[in-house]
Write a new protein. Sequence first.
Length: 82
Amino acid sequence: LQSDVMRSNFDMRVSLPELTKHIQTVSVWGQEDQMAPPHVGKKLEALLPDVKWEYVAGAGHQVQTDHPERLAQIITELAKSG
């Protein structure tokens, strides 16, 4: 983005970590993801320390399609813990 004002509206390096301090968040990542390999998620973990990270074995980029039961379990556990 060209404008510093507009860039600050879309740059989530500050806003997302701050939001996740107040909003319970889980990131679900497929261990077989070819579009966004797990090493990308591992880098994001350091930027989002308040997020719970789940890496699903045998799942690709669409965990909800590859392992819907596991995703439902992860969401249910998050809801119960909140």
